[in-house]
Design a protein around this ligand. Structure first.
Ligand code: SF4
Length: 250
């Protein structure tokens, strides 16, 4: 995968908007008369958000439980339109019955579907998991490939899942643009009203240092669940980013 290079300065200090040098500035909420004013380049803002979220959420863990790479592949497919908490429960039964890649590859799709049904979209998820496990067994010796493009070719694996595997399993640079990530980076002003996951991913590659991407995205999930919530109004008053966030659409 091509990782984007930064087009802006790399400093991480807070500084007032000077508008000098043609560097794009983030238009923060004070310009709209709501909050104290801090203006940074998007790059600076990103680095400051990363710094603060690290402090707020020292542990940047994946919320899907897994102890082997193939299990994360299964779980991330099941997590589409389902909560990670429910997936973590459902897979317990799945792995009790089918404890390894070969066993799951040999399992009838209908049997997989019966178990994963509580996650929703049972048929298509069971079909993808079955096809994916067969490929792992037949082409990769029951191992998960550590290559982004190879992962993308697996049934049911999109960019979000492939990035998650690359980051979490293989500790490679990754940007996982799930629903929390997309909502939060728009609100914060790191991207400007971009909802397409791939476009958000590409924009973030230009802002987030590669080695920080995977943990940053995990921290966005934690922040999105605890503070910058989707279903209620976000709890901006207790947010560690309240003085630097664009609060776009809030
Ligand atoms: S909770 Fe409010 S201040 Fe914090 S990131 Fe979300 S929109 Fe910004």
């Amino acid at each position: 995968m091509q990782y984007g290079s930064t087009a802006e300065g790399g400093g991480n200090s807070l500084r007032p908007a000077a508008g000098a040098g043609g560097i794009p500035r983030v238009h923060t909420s004070e310009k709209r008369g709501k909050e104290p004013y801090t203006a940074m380049t998007k790059k600076e803002l990103t680095l400051e958000i990363i710094r603060r979220l690290k402090k707020e959420y020292p542990i940047a863990d994946c919320t899907l439980d897994y102890d082997q790479a193939w299990k994360l592949l299964v779980s991330v497919r099941l997590a589409a339109q389902c909560t990670d908490a429910r997936v973590n429960v459902v897979v317990e039964d799945l792995y009790k019955k089918y404890p390894d890649v070969s066993a799951l590859a040999d399992a009838p799709v209908e049997e997989i579907e019966k178990i994963v049904k509580p996650c929703g979209l049972g048929h298509s998820k069971a079909r993808d998991i079955s096809a994916c496990m067969k490929i792992l067994r037949d082409e990769y010796g029951c191992r998960v490939p550590d290559n982004f493009d190879a992962l993308l070719k697996l049934p049911g694996v999109g960019r979000k899942s492939a990035n998650l595997i690359m980051g979490d399993v293989f500790k490679k640079p990754a940007i996982v643009t799930d629903t929390h990530c997309i909502r939060l980076v728009n609100r914060m002003g790191l991207v400007d009203n971009i909802k397409d996951p791939k476009k958000v991913e590409m924009a973030l590659w230009k802002l987030v240092p590669p080695e920080e991407g995977n943990d940053f995205c995990h921290r966005l999930v934690h922040h999105g669940r605890d503070v910058c919530t989707a279903r209620t109004r976000p709890f901006c008053d207790k947010c560690c980013l309240r003085d630097i966030c664009g609060k776009n659409g809030v």
